[in-house]
Each structure stands twice: as structure tokens, then as C-alpha cells.
Design a protein around this ligand. Structure first.
Ligand code: 13P
Length: 249
């Protein structure tokens, strides 16, 4: 058993309904123009108000639709939050958990992220757990330590849940939105460590890379990871599609 290859678009807080329709149209046209099936699973995570629109635009296709966040409780007095069961209700396929922007701006800690991770798994939504070190941590030689700490959430997943599709996105914070992707050697080293640590417990684990991915980066790193989580380059459908094609092995 092996993890699948994924190329996922994280739109962050971008795009309105019209722009999403145009993006979906372009992606579908590019898909239909191909002679053979693309060998990666493509997904898109728009903002909450556009998830249902994206679901209907991609209805009947293999394109996955995800959310960028969730709350772990099923329901209750949590003003402004969207629950895991509400995401399940509208057919969300995957959910990004612990993105560095949520860790930093919204002060999410490993304890909260662990609860979200386990809750997503219980509801059968593929979790895309984001981990990665800051520049300061990297410069202090703390990359491995930080990642080990962030992966404790995964180690706490109960044994009866380990047959799931588990997606980890290694996104070094210093590479996000900077135009400076991590070097392939660095990505390979970190991703191998993550896989060696987790592959026995999670046979269907996929480890993606994220941080300033463009089409060249995708080509360069396709053999060292199982795909990518793409931010700014995903906003342009043509660029995103090229990235997805270049991640095929
Ligand atoms: P960029 O591709 O814009 O660097 O963003 C990466 C990211 O944060 C994906 O989750």
C-alpha cells in the first residue's frame, strides 16, 4: 500500500464567485484536452463561502474540494467557527489543518491542531497537516526538533485509525510567499525523515511540499515528495495545471 500523489491549491483568502467559476472552467478545459488521465489527484481549497460552488463546478469529476480550516467540535456555541460535521455535510474531501498562517496569526497551537486532526479523521475527511520551521528556527538548527514536535499530533492518532489517507505538507515558513523555495536536497532530507518516522504506522501516508512552488520547482522536486500544496501560483489556472502536470512521475 502506498500514499497517493496530490497537487492541492490553497486559495487562502482570495477569489470571489466569478473568479472561481472562471478558474474551474479553465481547469476542466485543460483536463479534457489531455489525451491521458493526469497521474496526480488534484484538489482545491477555496474560502468557506465558495466550497459549495466549487463542489458543484467539479461535480462528476475527480477534482477534490477541500476546506482551509475547521473546528473540531461537532456543533455548539462557537461563534464564527465551521465544524467538522458541517464540512462533512457538504461533501468536503480534505481539510488543511495547522497551516503556518493559522499557527502564527491565529495562534493555533499543537494541542488544538491535534484535536482538529483526530476529528477530521473520525469524520472521514482527508487531513492535510501542515508542518514546517520558521527562518529563525532553521538558522538555529532546530528544523528537526520543530518538526518532531509538530508531528506529535500524528503519533497520537489511535491505532484503529491508521489505515486512513494521511497527508502531511512540509511547508517551511521561510519559503511561503517569499518566492524562495527550499532546495530539493533540503526537501528530500526532511521528507525522508517524516516518512521514515511514520510509514510503518500509516501505510497510506503522502508527504507534500509547499512554499513558493512554480512549474520549475514542481519538475525539480517531483521525485522527492508526493506532490505539492500550492499557494500563489495556484490562483492562475494555467500555472496551477502545469504544476500538477509537472508533479507527475
Ligand atoms: P505559496 O505557494 O504562495 O508560497 O504558499 C504556499 C502555501 O502556504 C500553501 O499552503
Amino acid at each position: 500500500m502506498k500514499g497517493q500523489r496530490y497537487v492541492l491549491a490553497n486559495f487562502k483568502m482570495n477569489k470571489n464567485t466569478g473568479e472561481i467559476k472562471k478558474w474551474a472552467d479553465q481547469i476542466l478545459q485543460l483536463l479534457y484536452k489531455r489525451h491521458e488521465k493526469i497521474r496526480v489527484r488534484i484538489g482545491v481549497a477555496p474560502s468557506f463561502p465558495h466550497i459549495l460552488t466549487a463542489k458543484s463546478l467539479f461535480y462528476g469529476t475527480d477534482i477534490m474540494v477541500g476546506a482551509q480550516n475547521m473546528y473540531y467540535e461537532e456543533k455548539g456555541a462557537f461563534t464564527g467557527e465551521v465544524s467538522v460535521s458541517q464540512l462533512k455535510d457538504i461533501g468536503v474531501d480534505f481539510v488543511i489543518i495547522g497551516h503556518s498562517e493559522r499557527r502564527k496569526i491565529f495562534k493555533e497551537d499543537n494541542e488544538l491542531i491535534e484535536k482538529k486532526l483526530i476529528s477530521a479523521i473520525r469524520y472521514g475527511i482527508i487531513p492535510v497537516l501542515c508542518i514546517g520551521e520558521t527562518l529563525e528556527e532553521r538558522e538555529k538548527g532546530l528544523t528537526e526538533k520543530v518538526i518532531d514536535e509538530q508531528l506529535k499530533a500524528v503519533e497520537k492518532i489511535p491505532d484503529e485509525m491508521t489505515e486512513i489517507d494521511l497527508v502531511i505538507a512540509y511547508e517551511p515558513v521561510w519559503a511561503i510567499g517569499t518566492g524562495i523555495p527550499a532546495k530539493p536536497d533540503h526537501i528530500a532530507e526532511v521528507i525522508n525523515k517524516i516518512k521514515n518516522k511514520l510509514k510503518n504506522k500509516f501505510p497510506k501516508i503522502s508527504v507534500l511540499y509547499g512554499g513558493s512552488i512554480d512549474e520549475n520547482v514542481a519538475k525539480e522536486i517531483r521525485h522527492v515528495c508526493d506532490g505539492g500544496l500550492v499557494g500563489s501560483s495556484s490562483l492562475d489556472a494555467q500555472k496551477f495545471f502545469k504544476i500538477a502536470e509537472n508533479f507527475q512521475t
